[in-house]
Design a protein around this ligand. Structure first.
Ligand code: NAP
Ligand code: ZN
Length: 346
């Protein structure tokens, strides 16, 4: 067992604080990763604050992990000491069900093992990337291409794959009009990725405050959703809308922006329900869908795509003692566009 430094929430209502956590011994198929950077995802905040249900505390969040392999088990074949690697939102799955066999481990019929706050195979509760080291079975480790900086690559492990996967599944590309709702961590990656795939990209943000950034990141158009005129001007426009908003919004208003047969894909995961007016769907044979992260193979494909297109996240690197401030800023939509923890400060 390895005792390592970490930052964890003592309860749903207290600030995160410095602590230590235990990592298991490196098993035959395990990789020990020296974590260099960990992104702060809004899901970390939802989870530690109990938005999605009760948790076991103390809880160290973090599922956007980038680091270097420090040790490998005797049966590991894919990785060697010194390799630059990443870990995302899951660290295991059954590997046998039809979804796992299709490479869709996130939809494992037995439930995937989340990187933190989940019951691990040995019965312990998993702890995430706000720590200096993690031990993960090699099948849930991905390779970070040499051309990507580790700090800016970390957010790709969740924000990147969560937007890449639905963009691919619903065939974003040339000739497709794609709108991204919310320009935060996920939203800014969605803009970059959809643009790189060749789609025409529109940002729908609460205000025009980040318009210059949005256009620089690859958006063709940018509109404020606080302006009711936006919903009139853009009615019936988009083939795809990706909603990345962390709060409950008026989904029916956004469904009206879809063209005939268009699809609104929800990746935002607010605690509150998202009510839908049936007429907003039936009037244009529209679809309202959801998508959860992406499989391991597709995560590797996304990283390679990012390397090929020279793109990664826009980040603000912070020391561990700024994690609680960063949480407040994420809650206030004041993030440009992902906070990344320098784990050497733990
Ligand atoms: P984030 O960085 O906080 O971005 C969310 C953005 O939503 C904000 O920047 C803001 O953009 C907009 N927003 C926030 N509150 C709003 C409100 N009340 N009304 C309208 N717009 C609002 O969060 P994130 O890390 O990108 O995560 C976004 C959501 O996706 C979270 O719920 C997270 O849990 C979820 N998530 C889901 C998956 C999945 O697998 N499906 C994976 C990761 C995360 P503007 O200022 O531009 O309006
Ligand atoms: Zn996440």
């Amino acid at each position: 067992m390895l005792t390592v430094n970490a930052y964890a929430a003592p309860s749903a209502t207290e600030d995160l604080a410095r602590t230590t956590i235990e990592r298991r011994d490196v098993g035959p198929h395990d990789v020990l990763i020296d974590i260099k950077f960990a992104g702060i995802c809004h899901s970390d905040i939802h989870t530690v604050r109990g938005d999605w249900g009760p948790q076991s505390y103390p809880l160290a969040p973090g599922h956007e992990i980038a680091g270097v392999v420090a040790e490998v088990g005797p049966k590991v074949t894919t990785y060697a000491v010194g390799d630059r690697v990443g870990v995302g939102c899951m660290v295991n799955s059954c590997g046998k069900c039809s979804n796992c066999r299709k490479g869709e481990e996130q939809y494992c019929e037995k439930g995937n093992t989340g990187t933190y706050g989940a019951v691990d195979r040995d019965g312990t509760i998993t702890q995430g990337g706000y720590s200096t080291h993690v031990v993960v079975t090699e099948n849930f480790v991905v390779r970070i291409p040499d051309s990507l900086e580790l700090d800016a690559a970390a957010p790709l492990l969740c924000a990147g794959i969560t937007t890449y996967s639905p963009l691919r599944h619903w065939s974003a590309g040339p000739g497709k009009k794609v709108a991204i709702v919310g320009l935060g961590g996920l939203g800014h990656m969605a803009v970059k990725l959809a643009h790189a795939m060749g789609a025409e990209v529109t940002v729908l943000s609460q205000s025009l405050k980040k318009q210059e950034d949005g256009l620089r990141l690859g958006a063709d158009y940018y509109h404020a959703t606080s302006d009711p005129g936006t919903f009139e001007t853009l009615a019936g426009t988009f083939d795809l809308i990706i909603n990345t908003v962390s709060a409950s919004i008026d989904i029916s208003a956004y469904l009206q922006l879809l063209t005939l047969d268009g699809t609104l894909i929800n990746v935002g995961a607010p605690a509150e329900p998202l009510p839908v007016n049936a007429f907003a769907l039936i009037a244009g044979r529209r679809s309202f869908a959801g998508s959860m992260i992406g499989g391991i193979q597709q995560t590797q494909e996304m990283l390679d795509f990012c390397a090929e297109h020279h793109l990664s996240a826009e980040i603000e690197v912070i020391p561990a003692n700024k994690i609680n401030d960063a949480y407040e800023r994420v809650m206030a939509s004041d993030v440009r566009y992902r906070f990344v923890i320098d784990t050497s400060t733990l």
